[in-house]
Structures are given as structure tokens and as C-alpha cells.
Design a protein around this ligand. Structure first.
Ligand code: MN
Length: 133
């Protein structure tokens, strides 16, 4: 647990949002919610979270577009972004990383795996340092 961390969760599915919010809030994190890509970019103009969980599959502006756009802002260049994707097809991980995401988890979410990853990046970890990743 990293004190005072605020996590922006971008997810269009209300059930998934509920589960992620509950999981992170119970761990003591402050959660901000964005239900679509435009809302995420709007919130990121007003505050910089400690970390972003980004659903990549959303109607309208998808996660790939949101991440590419926000990475163009210098102050968001190093913000940890964990992609959440619906499938784990070969190549998914590479695509999310190419778009600018820091790391990747596949649905269905494994709570322990997700929380471990969140904590790792909140503590300043970077991809490749952990032999598990
Ligand atoms: Mn979705």
C-alpha cells in the first residue's frame, strides 16, 4: 500500500468499474472514475493521478487513442498506465506497450496480480526490473 495514492480508473463497463473501485478502495487507495475516453482526458487536464488503470476496449474513443493522446503531454509522459484488455491474444501486450502503456493485465482480472502490479508501479518500479514481468 502506498499512502495517498490516487488511481484513475478508466472503464466503460459499470460492473467492472464497481469491482475495480471496490478492490482499490478497500486497499486504501483513492479512486477517481472515468466512464469513457473523453472523460479520462478531461480529468487528466485537471489533476495528475499516481497511476491509471485503462480499459483498452471502449466505445467511441478507445484506450489506445486515449493513451497515445495523453502521452503527448510532457507532464504525463512518465505516468504509470496499466492497460486492462478483454482478451489475451498473442500481440496484445506489444500493442498496448506500443501505444504507450507501462504494463498490461488481461480480463478476467486476478485481484492479487492486479494489486501487486499497482503497488509495484506506485513504488516507482519500471518494466523489466521484476523477473516475473
Ligand atoms: Mn470496455
Amino acid at each position: 500500500m502506498v499512502d495517498g495514492a490516487t488511481i484513475l480508473v478508466v472503464e466503460d463497463n459499470p460492473d467492472n468499474m464497481y469491482v475495480l473501485d471496490h478492490l482499490l478502495t478497500r486497499k486504501g487507495y483513492t479512486v477517481r472514475q472515468a466512464g469513457h475516453g473523453e472523460a479520462a482526458l478531461e480529468q487528466l487536464r485537471e489533476f495528475t493521478p499516481s497511476l491509471v488503470l485503462m480499459d483498452m476496449q471502449m466505445p467511441g474513443m478507445d484506450g489506445y487513442t486515449v493513451v497515445r493522446q495523453l502521452r503527448q503531454q510532457p507532464e504525463l509522459a512518465t505516468l504509470p498506465i496499466i492497460a486492462v484488455t478483454a482478451s489475451s491474444m498473442p500481440g496484445d501486450r506489444e500493442q498496448t506497450l506500443a501505444a504507450g502503456c507501462t504494463d498490461y493485465v488481461a480480463k478476467p482480472i486476478n485481484p492479487r496480480e492486479l494489486l501487486k502490479l499497482v503497488e509495484y508501479y506506485l513504488e516507482g518500479g519500471s518494466r523489466g526490473e521484476d523477473s516475473d514481468r
